[in-house]
Design a protein around this ligand. Structure first.
Ligand code: P6P
Length: 322
């Protein structure tokens, strides 16, 4: 790979040794997950375990396996103290003297495994508040503004880690020749404007008037303002947001008649994605309030989210106010 920058080298100058150990352990675990996802059709691990998780959602076999792999690798890091996951009801203490805690969605969008659509691992890292010993809920109930590192691994046509430690956003592609992550997307930026809107339009009958009016705005023919915008929706947050990072646009999962606080989880989906988005020059709110300033009060709480190109999020907020 010539002089391409490896993830470990990048972390030497962009994080401290304890944080780097957590990120490298996480990346090693996600390399295993990537291989399992790529071979899923051959190894009989497509399909469900027959259980439902704390969210009441059907657990895919790969959800369960990914969750176990990440707990094992992060325990081995010795610097990750605690673990919160979509797949676990409560928090798990991994290393009593560790300094960091992680909130993670081990395999976001896993229902898409059998259709080979992009899925991913989303994570948020904070420093623990408690001194040592068992982690507490307070360690995890920190506003997104205190995030030390956030990122996602997308398992798609290639496996890419998109990461921020607070100084911008960088992408690292997994080289299948030597199984190492190399810097491939330096200094990622989300364009201020965009021509793609992304939401589950099937729910339009359940949306508030403001959201319906924004959808009408996006789909109105107006050549001067390059409308109608394109509607793109994968049904996998990591896939929809990775496209938003690369091509601009807005991703929306609003509150609706069926989901009073929306569907997506604050701690391990919306905060990490919002941290990355702001670091890349974009914007992320619940339609009114900055996601990173929401005070978490429950481990698996949900929030509405409007996220992506700054000017599009602000246009959506205008419709929600009117
Ligand atoms: P819907 C996947 O289940 C997920 O949590 C996100 O990855 C995705 O954005 C959303 O739910 C899709 O939800 O209701 O449109 O199928």
């Amino acid at each position: 790979m010539g002089n391409a920058i490896k993830l470990a080298s990048f972390l030497e100058t962009n994080s401290n040794i304890e944080l780097a150990k957590v990120i490298v352990s996480l990346a090693e675990g996600c390399k295993i997950i990537a291989r399992l996802v790529n071979n899923a059709g051959l190894t009989g691990i497509i399909g469900t375990t027959g259980d439902t998780n704390v969210q009441g959602e059907t657990v895919q076999k790969l959800d369960d396996l990914s969750n176990k792999i990440l707990m094992d690798y992060l325990r081995a890091s010795e610097t990750c103290a605690g673990y919160l996951s979509e797949e676990n009801e409560g928090t798990v203490t991994l290393n009593q003297n560790g300094r960091y805690i992680i909130s993670v969605d081990p395999l976001d969008g896993s229902a898409n495994i059998d259709i080979c659509a992009p899925i991913g691992t989303i994570f948020n890292l904070n420093q623990r508040i408690s001194a040592a010993g068992e982690v507490t809920h307070a360690d995890f109930f920190q506003q997104g503004t205190t995030t030390k590192c956030a990122g996602y691994f997308i398992y798609g046509s290639s496996t890419i880690l998109v990461l921020s430690t607070g100084n911008g956003v960088n992408g690292f592609t997994l080289n299948t020749e030597d199984n190492e992550f190399y810097l491939s997307h330096p200094s990622m930026k989300i364009s201020e404007n965009g021509k793609i809107y992304s939401l589950n339009q099937g729910n339009v009958g359940k949306f508030d008037e403001g959201v319906k009016n924004f959808i009408s705005f996006c789909s109105t023919v107006d050549k001067e303002t390059s409308r109608p915008y394109s509607l793109r929706y994968i049904g996998s947050m990591v896939g929809d947001l990775h496209r938003t990072f690369i091509k601009g646009g807005i991703f929306i999962y609003p509150a609706n008649k069926g989901e009073k606080k929306g569907k997506l989880r604050l701690l391990y989906e919306c905060i990490p994605m919002s941290f990355l988005t702001e670091q890349a020059g974009g914007k992320a709110t619940d339609g009114k309030n900055r996601i990173l300033e929401i005070q978490p009060t429950e481990l698996h709480e949900r929030t509405a989210i409007f996220i992506g190109s700054k000017n599009l999020v602000e246009k959506a907020e205008e419709f929600l106010r009117s």
